[in-house]
Design a protein around this ligand. Structure first.
Ligand code: MN
Length: 214
């Protein structure tokens, strides 16, 4: 009762960040770019922060739904990768690559590891579900069309509550491979590796200032 929320879906995203300090985009929810219907985007960002992980983000209803995947997505259907949900990110975040100052939320280095579009293939009892419905039910499946990641993937929730956790699994299809994520570390956008991205902004991998005095 009285629990109606009129706050932006990106309020958590904005609250965690000081935009005078970080170069990350502000949280502005948008319904598509330019109004014409187009395939939704996905992005995977390799993020060296307090803990190293990959952020898997899928465009759903004007924001990027996000999961932190410590080991990164696998191309091998035998791997089950822990995926911990994080706050919704703005669509503009799909273009972000750079350094976040140490001490700020997520301080460290972000590399655009893969991006592209995806197709929702989620269904339940023979009925197609929207991504939002699938997330609510704790199961989504989708086909990725990226540079490094292709084919079917599924995300399944296995734990609820404060410790909510999902598993990211490659589906068995023609795109299944046994090739480690680490075999292609470079940015899909700029070809750079993590240390080059950090150095370009005068910081270490963990976002501390480089000692330029010597
Ligand atoms: Mn992250």
């Amino acid at each position: 009762m009285g629990g109606e929320r009129d706050r932006s879906p990106l309020a958590d995203y904005d609250r965690k960040r000081d935009f005078t300090r970080t170069g990350e985009p502000r949280g502005t929810a948008r319904r598509g770019r330019g109004g014409r219907r187009r395939a939704p985007v996905f992005v995977v960002q390799h993020h060296v922060a307090r803990r190293e992980h990959y952020d898997v983000r899928l465009e759903v209803d004007g924001v990027l739904k996000s999961w932190a995947v410590p080991k990164g997505p696998s191309t091998d259907p035998r791997d089950k990768r822990l995926a911990v949900p994080t706050e919704d990110h703005p669509l503009d975040y799909a273009d972000f690559e750079g350094s976040i100052p140490a001490g700020e939320y997520g301080g460290g280095t972000v590399l655009l590891w893969d991006t592209g579009t995806y197709t929702n293939t989620t269904s339940k009892n023979g009925r197609d579900l929207t991504m939002a419905e699938g997330i609510e039910h704790g199961h989504i499946s989708f086909r990725l069309d990226g540079e490094k990641l292709r084919g079917g993937y599924a995300l399944n929730r296995f734990r609820h509550g404060a410790e909510e956790a999902w598993l990211l699994v490659k589906e068995k299809d023609a795109d299944a491979r046994r090739r480690p994520t680490s075999s292609r570390p470079e940015s899909v956008r700029t070809g750079r590796r993590l240390p080059e991205i950090a150095e370009a902004e005068g910081r270490t991998l963990k976002g501390r200032p480089l000692d330029g005095g010597r």
